[in-house]
Design a protein around this ligand. Structure first.
Ligand SMILES: [Zn+2]
Length: 340
């Protein structure tokens, strides 16, 4: 359901991906305010730092394109602020209303008179659960699958995070309300014209979540990947059956391999340091390797607990610099549950 109907421009093709695109003109919005862990898995997250977005950790990666970097703090995402002549787009907003306020305050200061938009890379709490403070003054745009997934699982994830994450993370979620976007788009992509700067939103269906979305600046060749990529950190498989099990590792790898068609100069991962196409390739290769080995061990009759015990040390030694090794438990849990 679209609450406000955007001005829809001509449907055209994005050459790199041959995708139908809905053009949303930013200027059309003038004046509107518009758990249980996996079987056998018991991850222990040792990062006790509160998941506070530090808006002073700001880097302008191209003219008018800012990233609030995550300090590699667990449950703090990399956040983007993209300026056009008329509007500014915020990409992800941190977890809980206090983080949302911090990001909104900085976005206002950077954007000045420009209208504000917010989009999120997926529905997970640390990426989008500060959106409530944006809603009165920024136009929120999600793809339909992400909106539906948020509606369906949003409250459940607050509960899940309260039970499984640190007290500081639980406290960050105090007062969180799940809010719906002003606009949703259907289909694989949409374009926002911020005024002299085009931003593309692309989605492919279930991968890390049901509604993953990247944000692409085709001119500047900057790609915000969300949690399709963590840099120097094991990938996050949100494998929490029965509460959540919507992951598709095959599509995830396809998406990552497809990023090279965008010829990205800079990739902003969901978490970790900025990089280039190599940070996408590293994640794709890792997921394929672990998937292959877990399938082989399942066929040989090993249980998920046996696989974690026997194989996890190998994965850790293969990636000695990657953080949060207990994420491997969820990854193995996912692969072990897939049909042979
Ligand atoms: Zn994340």
């Amino acid at each position: 359901m679209m609450e406000d109907k955007p001005a829809v421009g001509p449907v055209h093709t994005v050459p790199a991906m041959s995708r139908r695109t809905l053009v949303i003109a930013a200027t059309a919005f003038a004046g509107r305010s518009v758990g249980a862990a996996a079987q056998g898995a018991d991850p222990k997250f040792v990062d006790l730092r509160p998941p506070t977005v530090d808006t002073s950790n700001l880097k302008e990666i191209a003219e008018g394109v800012w990233v609030i970097r995550d300090h590699r703090i667990w449950l703090v995402p990399n956040i983007g602020i993209i300026l056009g002549r008329d509007a500014a787009l915020v990409v992800d907003c941190g977890m809980g209303p206090a983080n949302g306020e911090r990001v909104l305050d900085l976005a206002r200061r950077i954007a000045g008179h420009r209208r504000l938009f917010l989009t999120t890379t997926h529905f997970h709490p640390e990426h989008g659960y500060g959106a409530q403070v944006f809603r009165p003054e920024a136009t929120i745009v999600y793809n339909r699958a992400q909106r539906d997934e948020l509606q369906e699982k949003g409250l459940r994830y607050i509960d899940l995070f309260r039970k499984t994450q640190t007290p500081a993370a639980a406290a960050a979620l105090d007062g969180t309300k799940i809010v719906m976007p002003h606009f949703t788009y259907d289909g694989p992509s949409a374009e926002l014209d911020l005024g002299g700067r085009i931003v593309q939103l692309h989605t492919w269906g279930t991968a890390h979540t049901r509604g993953d979305q990247i944000v692409l600046l085709p001119q500047e060749r900057i790609l915000f990947a969300g949690d399709l990529i963590e840099e120097r950190m094991f990938p996050i498989f949100p494998w929490f059956p029965p509460q959540d099990h919507e992951i598709d590792s095959v599509r995830w790898v396809e998406i990552l391999n497809g990023f090279r068609n965008f010829k990205p100069a800079v990739i902003v991962p969901g978490h970790g340091d900025l990089g280039d196409i190599r940070i996408a390739t590293a994640v794709a290769s890792h997921i394929e390797t672990v998937g292959r080995e877990v399938r082989r061990r399942r066929k040989a009759g090993q249980t998920v607990d046996q696989i974690i015990a026997a194989y996890k040390p190998t994965v850790i030694s293969d990636y000695p610099r990657w953080e949060h090794p207990d994420l491997i438990n969820w990854e193995i849990g996912y692969f072990a549950a897939q049909p042979a």
